[in-house]
Design a protein around this ligand. Structure first.
Ligand SMILES: *[C@@H]1O[C@H](CO)[C@@H](O)[C@H](O)[C@H]1NC(C)=O
Ligand SMILES: *[C@@H]1O[C@H](CO)[C@@H](O)[C@H](O)[C@H]1NC(C)=O
Ligand SMILES: *[C@@H]1O[C@H](CO)[C@@H](O)[C@H](O)[C@H]1NC(C)=O
Length: 378
């Protein structure tokens, strides 16, 4: 009896066991699909148009959607610092001074071996000032930093342009990976880049990857006339597939390849670390001039970024190169005084510098006289 009674008991037990295992499997299947569907909903929510539009509005804030904006200026160029502070006031942004560096005080041991032996002190100082800005980002908790040089100009509608750029970068078709949840939630321009070039005069995507281009309408781009023949970006825009009626109405982003001018660029924390690694830690500073060195690093693929073309920021040129910090003052050709009023910037439709001057010029008593009768106070 005990032999026979044991078997059905064991059979019942194993049926029970199978049933338990089965129900655990069923429950966990539904549990995970619940998690999955709530994740799907979560993602859909983050990608909603409203969320993107709201995030793009950060591009209109006082640091244009970046952690902060710093500008590099030699401590002695107080005239340029005056101008930068006025410009910040005019455009509703906040700038922080990042002191320029006198190259003669950089000790030889701090200069990478690869740097040219005859590197001019000004070029070395320029590299060092930018490297200090990269360090500065890593010292803060910020994700991104926008870096300006102190001879910069931009369009009076810069916030519109940056908001449009943010929407494009949130919907970028030229990223290597889909944006992370962090990026979707917090990063108006994503953070899948080391460097975001916003003031490069030289454009040229990677000729082997011509399709990596994203274009959009931007009414604040100077027309074809404003672009043609100046920095040679028209042939590059054509190469990127834009026809002549689109050039002068659209901006585009492309992975950075040929770049020039560090007038305005943003970096991520990873970008800051990588630039310090490449140009200081392993000392791959070949030209010494960071414009050229960064251009080389993009071309050889050790640095990653995007370039905005036509650029949103430009150098404000006063008296040619004579305003450079290396050349003695020539009356009327320095930034100071008349030179300021005559200066020009490439690729900018409505120069913030020129409009700032208009908004500060006052003819108070004539303005009073234009009013038919002063308001009566009872
Ligand atoms: C997303 O959530 C809604 C309710 O908020 C629900 O009706 C819908 O079925 C969910 N979608 C998915 C794919 O789970
Ligand atoms: C501007 O927006 C960015 C991105 O959200 C943020 O990191 C930064 O702190 C904001 N700046 C200001 C001044 O609010
Ligand atoms: C330029 O391209 C746009 C968009 O592809 C097209 O609508 C337009 O007709 C083109 N214009 C010319 C002059 O080819």
């Amino acid at each position: 009896m005990s032999l026979y009674s044991g078997r059905p008991h064991a059979a019942r037990l194993s049926v029970l066991l199978i049933a338990i295992i089965f129900s655990v499997a069923v429950v966990s299947y539904f549990a995970t699909s619940l998690v999955r569907s709530s994740e799907v909903n979560h993602t859909v929510d983050l990608l909603s148009e409203n969320h993107q539009t709201a995030l793009a509005k950060h591009a209109r804030n006082a640091s244009l959607g970046f952690g902060e904006i710093v500008y590099i200026s030699m401590p002695g160029r107080t005239d340029r610092q005056d101008a930068m502070n006025m410009l910040a006031w005019f455009s509703g942004i906040t700038l922080k001074l990042m002191p320029g560096v006198d190259g003669t005080v950089v000790p030889p041991k701090a200069i990478p071996d690869s740097a040219p032996k005859d590197i001019p002190a000004s070029v070395l100082g320029c590299f060092r000032a930018h490297a200090n800005a990269w360090q500065y980002l890593l010292q803060t908790g910020m994700e991104t930093l926008l870096i300006f040089e102190d001879d910069i100009d931009w369009d009076a509608n810069i916030k519109n342009t940056m908001e449009r750029l943010s929407l494009q970068m949130q919907n970028s078709k030229i990223r290597q990976q889909l944006p992370s949840d962090y990026e979707r939630q917090n990063a108006p321009y994503g953070i899948d880049w080391d460097v975001l070039y916003l003031g490069s005069y030289k454009f040229g995507g990677n000729p082997e990857l011509k399709d990596l281009v994203q274009t959009w309408d931007d009414p604040d781009v100077p027309g074809l006339k404003g672009i043609r023949g100046k920095g040679g970006i028209v042939p590059a825009l054509r190469m990127a597939g834009l026809n002549d009626s689109e050039i002068g109405t659209k901006r585009m982003i492309t992975p950075s390849y040929r770049t020039e001018k560090n007038t305005a660029y943003a970096i991520t924390r990873q970008g800051a670390a990588r630039l310090l690694f490449l140009l200081s830690y392993i000392g791959d500073l070949k030209a010494g001039d960071i414009d050229q060195d960064m251009n080389r690093l993009f071309i050889d693929g050790s640095l990653t970024g995007y370039t905005l073309t036509p650029p949103a920021f430009a150098q404000f040129k006063v008296g040619g190169s004579k305003d450079s910090d290396n050349v003695p003052k020539v009356e009327g050709e320095t930034v100071n005084g008349k030179g300021n009023l005559k200066g020009q910037s490439l690729y900018i439709k409505a120069s913030a510098r020129h409009l700032m001057v208009q908004s500060l010029m006052l003819d108070n008593w004539n303005d009073y006289k234009k009013i038919a009768a002063p308001a009566k106070i009872n």
